[in-house]
Design a protein around this ligand. Sequence first.
Ligand SMILES: Nc1ncnc2c1ncn2[C@@H]1O[C@H](COP(=O)(O)OP(=O)(O)OP(=O)(O)O)[C@@H](O)[C@H]1O
Length: 577
Amino acid sequence: MKEKNIKPGFDELRYVRRRNRGLFWSTGVFSFFVNMLMLTGPLYMMQVYDRVLGSRSEATLVALSLLVVFLYGMMGLLDYARGRILARAGARFQAALDQRVFDAMIRRSAVARDPVAQTGLSDLESIQRLISSPVLGAAFDLPWTPVFLAGIALFHPWLGLLALGGGAVLIGIALLNQLLSRTPLQKANMSGHKANLMSEEIRTEAEMIQSMGMRGAAFQRWQKARTSALKDNIAANDTGGGFTTLTKTLRLFLQSAMLGLGAYLVLQGEMTPGAMIAGSILMGRALAPIELGLGQWPMVQRAMKGWSNLGELLAKVPPEQERTALPQPKALLEVQGLAVVPPGDNKAQLRNVSFRVQPGQAIGVIGPSGSGKSTLAKALTGAWRPAAGTVRLDGASIDQYAPDVLGRHIGYLPQRVQLFDGTIAQNIARLSQEPDAGKVVAAAKKAAAHDMIVKLPDGYDTAVSSGGGRLSGGQMQRVALARALYDDPVFVILDEPNSNLDNDGSVALNQAIKQLKAEGKSVMIMAHRPAAIQECDLLLVIDQGVQTAFGPKDKVLQEMVANHQTIRKARAPGGVQ
Ligand SMILES: Nc1ncnc2c1ncn2[C@@H]1O[C@H](COP(=O)(O)OP(=O)(O)OP(=O)(O)O)[C@@H](O)[C@H]1O
């Protein structure tokens, strides 16, 4: 099958699995020889009991023993090689899909709150772990179970019957185990995942928890989640553990039963003692893969769930189409009839918004809290997809740009600034491992952050964390502004850019906006404070998700003042009620 004909979802997983076919075939061939060599033990026993002990020949014993050492050595080597092949098959499977799953997780999480998007990478890892584990080796051994059972029947039909009956009971137990332990295991996995997420959240918010005296409450919350995860885990263990013990006990019993029945047949003169011992060993070998699989069932179950989650996730998020590269756009933004529904919500928080920004213009977006300003910013950056209407940059709708390319054209300073673990330079260069120093410094200078950064002990190489590390709120905001201006975007969206800035910071910000305008770029500023819209030419007013005014700033402000006065007069004594 050609790569382009693959349907997104399970087909992609199967395709990658098929690409490992060569490795699986060699595992199969190795398994054939390993299982053939498994006969070494039983055959040796037969020879020792029936030949050596009968003939009392020490030379035969020595020769047989040397042969056995060689054969076991070969078996060990082949088994080891098989393990190495499977480890590589698992790693290859993961490497072939990690970028695709990573992208799908991010793209899905940006548009919906979907549980399958939360666990994508760990689902992929659970499949990799299963492929690399001895359980998959055991799966390759499983086809040999009936062969070994048939081999036992060759010693004596009664022994064969016992082996067959025992094998059937064990397979029945395995099926019952799958049926009964699936739900508890899935529940345990889910509650464990929830508890881990919570502890991660508590860890990242440690400072706030400490400063607000929330440690006890946070512990209780986490403890509740952990207790429920432990309870689910114990329930799953009780079910799975019961089956594992049952299998082990039954296997031991069957091996002894085989000896007992064998001894009876020897007494009847129907079999040799060597065959009796060999039958018992073969029985153990035949049932070993079932026992191993049952013991590791949580891993199998986790991988199966991972496979179904991943298939669902990839089906929901098809790979991105290759887009024809567009030339560097002009800073012309046109929004027409835009409506936005936030991910996980079913109500539009922004409706029928239309405006146009020309190169060299700055537009202010004002409106009360919760009116939809940040929602507009997220739609313009392409993070949230419009439910209706269009957003065009230089004539092309923004989905015609590859997301990474659009990210370079549109700089974005979010309302809630978050940095990433790394240096300031890496953060400004949007996580590039080898930041272009020239571009980083240029962006920092534009954002009036350069002087502040070089005053830090390690300058641009100062390590910061998601919460900012040693940076103050205002310093973080300046670094984030530099990040927004990195690589010369043509359109810059600043969501409450001066919320943490002092007077100097605000002046520097306005200077940066002026410079961007002079370069023919355009800027959008979401603001509460008048100082932030000083450099704006246009004003867009949003109230409860609806555009109530748009036009030149002074005209819109005059209208607002006039409306305000009309309302005041109307409310004043003698006014129209
Ligand atoms: N992820 C989300 N899921 C559901 N609703 C959301 C989400 N984000 C925002 N909203 C809702 O959308 C509406 C607009 O929120 P938005 O953040 O755009 O307001 P804003 O104008 O930026 O407010 P502020 O001035 O306080 O920053 C609010 O009612 C908010 O509850």
